[in-house]
Design a protein around this ligand. Structure first.
Ligand SMILES: CC(C)(COP(=O)(O)OP(=O)(O)OC[C@H]1O[C@@H](n2cnc3c(N)ncnc32)[C@H](O)[C@@H]1OP(=O)(O)O)[C@@H](O)C(=O)NCCC(=O)NCCS
Ligand SMILES: [Zn+2]
Length: 210
C-alpha cells in the first residue's frame, strides 16, 4: 500500500487559491488573524483540492470535502473526502498533506529552541523516552523532543483521537510510524494504520501550486 506526502513552503501561498475554496473554508480562512496562519490553512486546502482534482478529473473547486467535527458538528475536524484517507499538517514554514488508502496521520512541527522540554516531557513522554532525552542538551534536546512529539501526534491523527489521546503511551499494535526528513528546522512523522509497512513517496507541491 502506498502513501503520497506532498510538502509546500508557506511562501507558496497565493490569493488566487481562495477561488477554489467552499464557504466553510472561506469562513475558516477569514477567522485566522495572522497572515501566516491564513497562508498555512490555504495551502493545506489547495494541496488537497488540486491532488484530488487531478485524480478525479474534476476542477479543484468541485472536489467535495467534509470538515465536520464528529464531537460538536463544527467544521474544524479532520478533512475527509470519499475514497481516500487524508491528513493535513502545518507548522513553521511547512505545510504537508498525506494521501493514502488506509487511515493516516501526518504531523510536522517547527523545532522551537525555547521549549521547556523537561516540563513537556513530564506530560507527554513515557519513562523510557524521558530517560533517552537526558542524553541531549539545548537545540539537540528540543529536536529530540519534537521528534517524539510528532510521532505521537501522527499516531493520534491517524486514529482520529487528536490530542485527547494518551500521549505518554507507546505506539499501538498495527500502526506503523515513520520519521520523515524535512530539514533541520522542523521534525515530521507519518503514522499509518496498516498490517504492512507503508511505501511512502514524498514530493514538493511547488509545481502543483503554480
Ligand atoms: C488534530 C490535532 C492533533 C492537530 O494539532 P496541530 O499540531 O495543532 O495541527 P496540525 O497542523 O498538525 O493539524 C491540523 C489538521 O489536522 C486535521 N484534524 C483536525 N482534527 C483532527 C483529528 N481529530 N484527527 C486527525 N486530524 C485532525 C485538520 O485537517 C487540520 O488541518 P486543517 O483544518 O487546516 O485542514 C489537534 O488540533 C487536536 O487534537 N484536535 C482535536 C481535539 C479535540 O478535542 N477535538 C474536539 C473539539 S470539539
Ligand atoms: Zn468539535
Amino acid at each position: 500500500m502506498g502513501v503520497e506526502v506532498w510538502w509546500a513552503e508557506v511562501g507558496l501561498a497565493r490569493q488566487e487559491f481562495v477561488a477554489d475554496l467552499n464557504d466553510v473554508e472561506r469562513g475558516r480562512l477569514d477567522a485566522y488573524l495572522r497572515d501566516v496562519d491564513k497562508a498555512r490553512f490555504l495551502l493545506g486546502v489547495t494541496i488537497v483540492r488540486r491532488v484530488l482534482a487531478a485524480r478525479m478529473s474534476l476542477p479543484a473547486a468541485k472536489v467535495a470535502l467534509d470538515r465536520t467535527c464528529p464531537d460538536c458538528g463544527k467544521p474544524h475536524g479532520k478533512v475527509r473526502s470519499t475514497g481516500v484517507e487524508l491528513s493535513v499538517t502545518h507548522s513553521g514554514d511547512l505545510v504537508g498533506v498525506a494521501f493514502a488508502d488506509r487511515p493516516v496521520g501526518l504531523d510536522v512541527e517547527r523545532v522551537d529552541p525555547s521549549l521547556d522540554v523537561d516540563a513537556l516531557a513530564r506530560v507527554a513522554l513515557s519513562e523510557a523516552e524521558t530517560q533517552e532525552l537526558r542524553g541531549y542538551d539545548g537545540l539537540a534536546k528540543a529536536r529530540a523532543f519534537t521528534e517524539y512529539w510528532t510521532r505521537k501526534e501522527a499516531v493520534l491523527k491517524a486514529t482520529g483521537e487528536g490530542l485527547r489521546g494518551d500521549l505518554r503511551a507507546g505506539v499501538p499494535a498495527g500502526i506503523h510510524v515513520v520519521e520523515l526528513e524535512v530539514g533541520a528546522d522542523h521534525r515530521a512523522a507519518l503514522a499509518v494504520i496498516s498490517p504492512t509497512p507503508p511505501v511512502i513517496t514524498q514530493q514538493t507541491a511547488a509545481q502543483l501550486l503554480r
